[in-house]
Design a protein around this ligand. Structure first.
Ligand code: SF4
Length: 466
């Protein structure tokens, strides 16, 4: 067998039937993550066909997208305000019980955003195939898993067969070398990569993030990188597992234990691209020159260094429409622009490392008058850790709103929304029109830039605080 990429190794190990010119491959799925929004229709199909979930032991359910983040609603003191959300929560409870699927429900201490809880429980492991009815399933690729989002119809297919029909993607090496400068984070790096290759640059490919910069990142940072692979149009993003990965997973409740752990690590060590493996595409990134980044338009590829000016582009209808929506024009400087809302959270930047970074700036400072700062942990486990470490108190003392876990303001479907025309500086992953609420204007940044902006009340450079 010739030299193979990490992706090739994981793909081949899960190929039940290889693809042909006329038919896609049949791919085995190791872990199927589900949530309340994209599962109801798939469960209905199972019921109509009198089918069961084939592998409930490889299926895990949580509630995150439409769930409220206000404690009284989460814990049932008062009803969930958004009717559609209340219905989806009840529906998932009943479907999980009927089909024997493990569910982390609203009161469960392990509940949280699907892409945060699976890694922190040790369910996400190197070499797995992982799917979920959510685009940002690419997050799990940080562990050397092949993980991607699927549609509602495919959720039904995986329920019934534990397999998926898939065309084999191409491979794309993203080689990143150099040390990130102070104040420049994994979020800035992935925003730069998306800006460089474009929102369609990864279409049809699986990105493998490689190089000394990636090796130096923590698992939380690697998850931030892989999370946004989909924003470059890629099917998935992957990082080869290494000691950082094993250290993160060791002792996690659902990770292999004892002798099984040693055997698993021995297997996982082989999960890397062979030295002479060939990729279908590649890009080289010098991380040492990067600045903190910020988006100015309505897709994550419309991104620029924080201290720069919005590019001036003529004859581009997408650019014109985006800037019209955002209320910006070419040549404007972003630093110093007033904002209305700052959101720190989501499956991109709602982990403990993100909250710790934000707390470093917010400690002993106040949120600027007239600015709403919402901080939403990615999981209840992150919430408890942040409270035990005193981060939550720092946030509250600063005047932030500290909530229960969930997708919250990443998308406007759970009651946490940004008003029409308001500017929101957000650590989430999508700045599409209306993503955070009808007419909301989203600027994607790192947790450091978000915290600095909340303190100033204007778009601010976190390096001013160092
Ligand atoms: S936080 Fe946003 S991107 Fe992540 S799972 Fe929730 S809705 Fe999807």
């Amino acid at each position: 067998m010739g030299a193979r990429t990490l992706f090739d190794k994981v793909w081949t190990a899960h190929e039940v039937v290889p693809e042909t010119a006329d038919t896609p491959a049949v791919l085995y799925v190791d872990l199927h993550l589900i949530h309340e929004v994209t599962s109801p229709q798939a469960f209905s199909v199972l019921k109509s066909l009198d089918l069961r979930v084939r592998r409930p032991d490889r299926t895990l359910a949580t509630m995150d997208h439409s769930t409220p983040t206000v404690s009284d609603q989460v814990f049932g003191k008062i009803p969930i305000k958004v009717d559609a959300a209340a219905k989806q929560v009840r529906q998932l409870e009943s479907n999980a019980a009927e089909f024997g699927v493990e569910l982390f429900d609203m009161r469960d201490a392990r509940r949280g955003i699907v892409h945060v809880i699976s890694p922190e429980l040790g369910c996400t492991q190197p070499g797995m195939t992982i799917v979920c009815g959510d685009s940002h399933t690419s997050t799990h690729g940080a562990f050397g898993a092949l993980a991607f989002g699927i549609g509602t119809t495919e959720v039904g297919h995986v329920f019934a067969t534990q397999c998926l029909l898939q065309r084999k993607p191409k491979t794309f090496a993203v080689n990143v070398e150099g040390e990130l400068r102070p104040g420049v984070t994994a979020k800035d790096l992935i925003l730069h990569i998306i800006g460089r290759i474009g929102v369609s640059g990864g279409t049809g490919h699986v990105l493998e993030y490689r190089g000394s910069t990636i090796r130096a990142l923590s698992m939380d940072e690697r998850m931030t990188i892989c999370n946004m692979s989909i924003e470059a149009g890629a099917r998935a993003g992957m990082v080869a597992p290494d000691e950082t990965t094993f250290e993160y997973l060791k002792g996690k409740p659902r990770a292999p234990q004892g002798a099984e752990w040693n055997a698993a690590v021995a297997r996982w060590r082989a999960l890397c691209s062979d030295p002479d493996a060939r990729f279908d595409a590649s890009v080289d990134i010098d991380a040492s020159t990067l600045e903190p980044m910020i988006t100015y338009g309505t897709n994550p590829g419309m991104v620029m260094p924080l201290g720069g000016a919005i590019p001036e582009i003529t004859g581009n209808a997408v650019y014109d429409k985006a800037l019209g929506y955002m209320g910006f024009h070419g040549g404007e400087v972003m630093l110093g622009k007033p904002v209305d809302v700052v959101f720190i959270g989501s499956c991109t930047n709602g982990r403990l490392a993100d909250l710790t970074a934000a707390a470093g700036i917010l400690k002993g400072r106040k949120v600027a008058a007239g600015v709403k700062l919402l901080i939403v942990p990615g999981s209840q486990q992150v919430k408890r850790a942040a409270e035990e470490l005193g981060l939550a108190q720092i946030f509250k003392d600063a005047g932030a709103d500290w909530r229960e876990s969930g997708c919250s303001m990443c998308l406007g479907m759970n009651g946490d929304t940004v008003g029409a025309g308001q500017y929101s500086v957000s650590t989430s992953n999508r700045n599409f029109e209306g993503r955070q609420g009808v007419g909301a204007r989203t600027l994607l940044v790192s947790p450091l830039t978000a915290a600095a902006t909340a303190v100033r009340g204007r778009i601010a450079d976190p390096r001013e605080f160092s």
